[in-house]
Design a protein around this ligand. Structure first.
Ligand code: RB5
Length: 148
């Protein structure tokens, strides 16, 4: 499984930790930057992660900024992306099970490393439940079409 990773400067340190964790667990990782603590703009990296996932270069994306909010808004503007900001393990699991989220976002200034690590594990090991959630995901896709 291939995971696209991206962050702004505020999410850089957490991104690097997640990169090492995922690599050590045998995931293929596509690091889309940023590459340092120098100030950059989160829309650029949210877009890059979104495009990598929507374009099939990666199976899932993980994006980090200070709050997770800006980078998730950016990723969600890419057609086909369902990005979820999470602060706990249960939300990470439910983002996959109910929302079929394909990008996981963290607020690196708000979440502890251990919770972020556990949330990634929960996200990547959960599966979309389908069933009653299917038609809701279809409606999200329709929103993409309507607002093209
Ligand atoms: C950068 O200072 C900060 O605004 C950004 O990382 C993020 O929190 C925006 O949503």
């Amino acid at each position: 499984m291939k995971i696209a990773l991206g962050s702004d400067h505020a999410g850089f340190t957490l991104k690097q930790l997640l990169l090492e964790k995922l690599k050590s667990e045998g995931y293929e990782v596509l690091d889309l930057g940023t590459d340092s603590l120098e100030s950059v703009d989160y829309p650029d990296f949210g877009e890059a992660v979104g495009k990598a996932v929507a374009g099939g270069e990666a199976d899932f994306g993980i994006a980090c900024c200070g709050t997770g909010i800006g980078i998730s808004i950016a990723a969600n503007k890419v057609k086909g992306i369902r990005a979820a900001v999470v602060h706990d393990v249960s939300s990470a699991m439910l983002a996959r099970e109910h929302n079929d989220a394909n990008v996981l976002c963290f607020g690196a200034r708000l979440i502890g490393d251990v919770v972020a690590f556990d949330s990634v594990d929960a996200f990547l090991s959960a599966t979309f439940e389908g069933g009653r959630h299917e038609k809701r995901i279809a409606k999200l896709s329709l929103l993409d079409e309507k607002n093209e």
